[in-house]
Design a protein around this ligand. Sequence first.
Ligand code: FES
Length: 168
Amino acid sequence: MIMPNQKIAPPSDDKRWKVVETTIRRNGSSSGALIETLHSVQEWFGYLDDEALTYVAQRLMVPLSKVYGVATFYHFFTLKPGGKHTCVVCNGTACYIKGAKKLIDSMADKYGVKPGETSKDGELSVLTARCLGSCGLAPAVVIDGDVKGNIESDELIDVLEGVINHDA
Ligand code: FES
């Protein structure tokens, strides 16, 4: 549990984080500052990765699921790796116990894509997160900004097929 005044260290000594920190201070470390902060990270780093999103969530004290939600919903944000659609699978303890691996395996079988990769046709990127902060929904995923909880492999593939074929 992160306390309001607890010091959260940036992911690295990279000086660009100092600029991001300035943005956070200017906008206040509230959930309203989320989009501004993500913009700042992307502007300086070119994309948003797992580490950066986790840091922003902790720093602004918002659930990681919300950060992934915003980052995958708006097209101006680029997640690394950057497929047309993104599925973030929570691999935290609660989700792992409730079958996150099966979800990951089902996407590997269907689309040939593992966490951290994008499918060959560029349609789907799969990422994992440590805990999306929605453990009551385990296993949870975020697909293009939508949090889906208590999801099983078949349903996940159905949802992804709908998303991918929608704009085919
Ligand atoms: S472990 Fe998956 S949401 Fe917490």
